[in-house]
Design a protein around this ligand. Structure first.
Ligand SMILES: [Zn+2]
Length: 210
């Protein structure tokens, strides 16, 4: 199965991806992780990527596509994969079509109000990277390392609003592009409630593909 996962920041997309790969043997491909790995590898492409990111510029489509292509060629993708954070543009989607046939696009749907409420409740430990809902940590300290938790700028309501607008602007054309391959799932409920219908949908899809 070849799956694209679309969802706004704070929609629970990452958690859903983790649940899916537990039950289905698919490679989880996140472009954020790929960029980090590529830079760490010290390859020619990695060096190029490093200088682009250090300059503060956006990674151009052709570089992203090259990195994703390289990743999709690896053995663990033979069984299928979940793309998380790619494609982000129509151009990337068209390039992806040339190298792979996508079976389905899962759109994780959550209202703006709930996303803002969830994200603005998030507190982060800068030392270990753990995140919490502020209600769960009344003393405002990390449960792992007792470090003072902070609210990242990214999680402040105004920034969230901007991130959501960027997401919507980029995603709307992709939803049109993929047409009836797009299947929408609400992530309003708990992690389990969100995953259950996705799982049964993917089970059916898997059976149809084989
Ligand atoms: Zn910590």
């Amino acid at each position: 199965m070849k799956i694209i996962l679309l969802g706004a920041p704070g929609s629970g997309k990452g958690t859903l991806a983790k649940n899916i790969i537990k039950d289905f043997s698919l490679a989880h491909i996140s472009t954020g992780d790929l960029f980090r790995e590529c830079i760490k590898s010290g390859s020619e492409l990695g060096e190029k990527l490093k200088s682009i990111i250090e300059s503060g510029a956006l990674v151009p489509d052709e570089v992203t596509i090259e990195i994703v292509k390289e990743r999709l060629d690896k053995d663990d993708c033979k069984n299928g994969f979940i793309l998380d954070g790619f494609p982000r543009t129509i151009n990337q989607a068209k390039e992806l079509e040339k190298i792979s046939h996508i079976d389905t696009v899962i759109l994780v749907d959550l209202s703006k109000e709930i996303i803002i409420e969830r994200l603005s409740a998030r507190r982060t430990c800068l030392k270990c990277g753990s995140t919490y809902n502020f209600k769960d940590v009344p003393n405002g300290k990390c449960l792992n390392c007792n470090e003072e938790l902070i609210q990242r700028d990214d999680d402040k309501p105004l920034t969230i609003q901007n991130r959501l607008e960027v997401y919507e602007k980029n995603t709307a054309p992709l939803i049109d592009f993929y047409g009836d391959k797009v299947v929408k799932f609400s992530s309003k409920g708990t992690v389990e409630e969100t995953y259950r219908p996705v799982k049964s949908f993917l089970k059916k899809l898997e059976a149809n593909i084989e």
